[in-house]
Design a protein around this ligand. Sequence first.
Ligand SMILES: Cc1cc2nc3c(=O)[nH]c(=O)nc-3n(C[C@H](O)[C@H](O)[C@H](O)COP(=O)(O)OP(=O)(O)OC[C@H]3O[C@@H](n4cnc5c(N)ncnc54)[C@H](O)[C@@H]3O)c2cc1C
Length: 338
Amino acid sequence: MKSVKVVVVGAGVVGFSTAVCIVEAFPSCSVTLLAEKFSPDTTSDVAAGILIPAESPDIPLVRQRRWFKDSFDHLLAIAQSQDSPEAGVMLSSGCQIFRKTPDNLKPFWSEFVIGFRLMTDRELKRFPDHTFGQAFTTIKCECLNYLPWLQKRFQKAGGQVRQRKVNSLQELSDSYDIIVNCSGLGSKDLVGDTQVYPVRGQVLKMEAPWLQHFIRDGNGGAYIYPGMHSVTVGGTRQQGDWRLQVDEEDKKGILARCGRLEPSLSKAKILREYVGLRPGRRNPRVERELVQLQGRRVPVVHNYGHGSWGVTLAWGTALDAARLVGQCLQEMPLQAKL
Ligand SMILES: Cc1cc2nc3c(=O)[nH]c(=O)nc-3n(C[C@H](O)[C@H](O)[C@H](O)COP(=O)(O)OP(=O)(O)OC[C@H]3O[C@@H](n4cnc5c(N)ncnc54)[C@H](O)[C@@H]3O)c2cc1C
């Protein structure tokens, strides 16, 4: 019996999360993931992988809360299971500090992380430039481990994986019934989305096993995230910058900013340096449409544009994308489903 053929484009954290959610929700579908690049060569592999969201301006808060809660709960279950080291998912405690008190003292995500509280004056004393802080436990997800772990889970559930660059959705319309677009920054060309732009980020991986707690400046300009194998120290957010090479001036700036927050970094060894291009967009795009391809109206589900929060929101948006695939299946003519 011919099953419905679904293709997911993209092998970053959004693509693999979406592919797993689809193959597990609809076992009778044949699901294939296609991507030009796989781990360790995606933007997701460069991510520090900490779960701290920001508010998207035009998405209803109730939906954003669900995206974050679903992502957090999914990764928390892994962090607390025997899969934690293989999947690269761990709990991480620390603080986010601000120079000026933010308008919203309790952000929408505060009830989903663990033990959220405001920092005391005594705790803030070590950060003389900062007047306000939030302490909490969240999750750090190392995509260099997590992506291969998701790929295994996808293939175990029957998913197929192929390396290939897709030049246009037309190329897929002959072979697949539903197209799921998780191509991140690639959506600029693949679906001609002019709202997508690169936000360049540079990070250092440092050896500093004495650091156990994360520190993040609320403006995103400096962060220190201890992980399983090293400490991720960053960062930069250069909008519209396509350069993938490491920049020496950026590195000096990162070390200076982070050194002010954590002076002992001067004793840490730099292990590696990475640059990644975040898929910037005013809001993530998680929606479906019917696209006219080679004389046929083909259902396309989009899930891209997560900016600096792809790891933070991947599972929640993947569940939404899988629900949208379910709606496409319901609306397909019976013939196609047989
Ligand atoms: C320095 C840095 C630090 C970060 N830190 C964090 C953090 O702490 N927490 C957090 O939540 N997020 C963080 N991010 C953001 C996060 O990395 C991104 O939001 C996330 O990786 C986006 O995932 P994605 O799957 O959409 O895109 P990607 O990982 O870029 O994957 C896109 C996939 O689509 C494929 N593709 C694209 N076009 C085509 C095509 N035409 N044909 C075939 N395949 C195609 C690519 O090959 C790739 O497989 C950070 C990013 C950077 C750069």
